[in-house]
Every structure is written in structure tokens, then in C-alpha cells.
Design a protein around this ligand. Structure first.
Ligand code: 13P
Ligand code: ZN
Length: 273
């Protein structure tokens, strides 16, 4: 019998959680990932057809009723997923009334979805409106992004410009910039709603003093988005460590030329050109 644990999507989840842990983005149980699994990816596995148990969502997810999501569990360590995916990961299907998530596979020792599941599912719903190929929400605690939220104004234009100017790659990868919400209590539907409200406009949203929420069409692409944002923040940390005096940088005009060359549209009003 072909087991779901051997599927490409579970294997990829094992890979990215391990890589994210190795980058120090996921200390202890920090971070969580959810991936929309396509019907054809679920089909053919005999160990994921019956509902094992259900989890109340606490909000209306009827917009994604019937959709499958593979998610990390609450309290689980990214460090361990690789070695025990059937304990730390779960495959759920959103119920027809959108009020619960039905477990079909995984969480074998009694686990349940990440405490940030409201933020994940609400973000999936918003991103699906922008891009029907939307599949991934990735939350982690990248050190330099978090550090920025102590020293910089929590302003989307300011943070986006700062990150764009640290390397030419940034604008090409996230031309819409980065969103930011105020500091809020994690694990709540309130932070989920605030995050999702930003996801219509941004693929990545900074949680001050906590981490980053990123979305995308694949695990590779979404992980790549986190990498590029964190790399830009890391360069800023190094610039600051070298005294912080910027003698020259990528000008707004050069950023516009970069956007033109790569066929991307910078967030309106963020560049002075
Ligand atoms: P979970 O263990 O519930 O996924 O929470 C980790 C986290 O990063 C909270 O923001
Ligand atoms: Zn977190």
C-alpha cells in the first residue's frame, strides 16, 4: 500500500522545516507551515480517507470548504519533523460548513494543527482571491527581520524601501513590498484577521517582535521569499554593525530601472521617481 508519508508533499515539508530550523528561524516550537494539497495529490493513498478527529476553527472558513491542508502541529519542533512526520504533521480537510478541520492523516500521537491555524487559513483565503494558484503559508522567526522591528518605524513604505535597497534581488522578488501589522497576541483569530487583511496587498507580512508570515504558490517559492527578505534584513544588520553610515545605495531611479528590466511593478507610491 502506498503511504501518504512517502508522498512528495510530505517529503518536501520535512525538507523545508529542517532547512528553516538549521537557519535558526525556528527555535523550539517556533514557526509553522501549511500547504494546500491538491485533490490529485491526496488521491491514491489508502491511509487518508477516513476522518480521525475534528478541530473547531473558531471562524468561518467556508470559502475553502473541502480543501485539503497539510499543516505542522502546535507545539511541534521543526527540528523533529524530518524524523517523525506522522506525529508532527497532519492532513486536514476543511468541513463543508467551514467551522472545523477534519483530520485524515498524521498527528498520530494526539496532536492538533498549529495555534496559528487561523492566521494560516485566513491568509490562504485572502491570497486565493489574488492568485488561484496560492498554496503555501510559511511562518517563522527570522532573526534579522525581528531585529528590524525594534529599531525601525513599523511603516510598510519605510520597511519595504529599506529591504529593497539592501540588494537588487529584493525588489524583483517582492515588488509589492512587505506588510506590517502592529504587535498583537499570537495564536488568536484577531492576529489572523489583521494578517489576512494585509495579504490582499502583500505576499509577506511582518509580525513585530515575533517573525514573518509569507505566502506563495509552492514551498520552494515561499521559502525563497523568506530567504530574500531575511537576507536583506541581514545585510542591514551588517551595515549597522559596520557603523550604519550609508555612503551610497541603490537609488530610487535604479530601483525603477530594475523593475522595468524584470517586468515587475513596485508598490505604487513607494519609490520617489
Ligand atoms: P505553534 O507551536 O502552535 O505552531 O506556534 C509556534 C509559533 O511560532 C507561534 O507563533
Ligand atoms: Zn511564531
Amino acid at each position: 500500500m502506498t503511504k501518504f508519508v512517502d508522498s512528495a508533499i510530505v517529503q518536501k515539508m520535512c525538507e523545508v522545516t529542517r532547512q528553516s530550523y538549521e537557519r535558526y528561524w525556528d527555535e523550539r516550537n517556533g514557526g509553522n507551515v501549511s500547504v494546500r494539497v491538491l485533490d490529485e495529490e491526496v488521491a491514491g493513498y489508502e491511509d487518508n480517507t477516513a476522518v480521525i478527529r475534528s478541530f473547531e476553527l473558531g471562524f468561518d472558513a467556508s470559502a475553502i470548504a473541502g480543501y485539503y491542508y497539510l499543516t505542522t502541529g502546535t507545539g511541534r519542533y521543526f527540528r523533529n519533523v524530518f524524523n517523525q512526520p506522522t506525529l508532527d504533521l497532519g492532513l486536514v480537510r476543511i468541513s463543508e460548513d467551514g467551522r472545523s478541520a477534519d483530520l485524515l492523516w498524521g498527528f498520530e500521537d494526539g496532536g492538533k494543527p498549529t495555534s496559528e491555524f487561523p492566521s494560516h487559513l485566513m491568509s490562504h483565503i485572502e491570497r486565493l482571491k489574488v492568485n488561484p494558484d496560492q498554496r503555501v503559508v510559511f511562518h517563522c522567526h527570522p532573526t534579522n527581520v525581528i531585529a528590524l522591528t525594534f529599531t525601525q518605524e513599523l511603516d510598510e513604505r519605510h520597511l519595504s524601501r529599506l529591504l529593497w535597497k539592501m540588494q537588487a534581488e529584493s525588489l524583483v522578488v517582492f515588488p509589492e513590498g512587505v506588510g506590517v501589522i502592529p504587535y498583537m497576541t499570537p495564536g488568536t483569530t484577531e492576529i489572523g484577521a489583521a494578517t489576512a487583511a494585509k495579504m490582499g496587498e502583500y505576499q509577506a507580512v511582518i509580525w513585530p517582535h515575533h517573525g514573518l508570515f509569507a505566502s506563495g504558490v509552492s514551498l520552494d517559492e515561499t521559502y525563497g521569499l523568506v530567504e530574500v527578505i531575511e537576507k536583506a534584513a541581514m545585510i542591514f544588520s551588517q551595515v549597522s554593525a559596520q557603523g550604519g553610515v550609508i555612503k551610497q545605495d541603490i537609488t530610487d531611479h535604479q530601483l525603477q530601472e530594475l523593475a522595468d528590466a524584470f517586468g515587475v511593478t513596485p508598490h505604487p507610491g513607494f519609490l520617489e521617481v
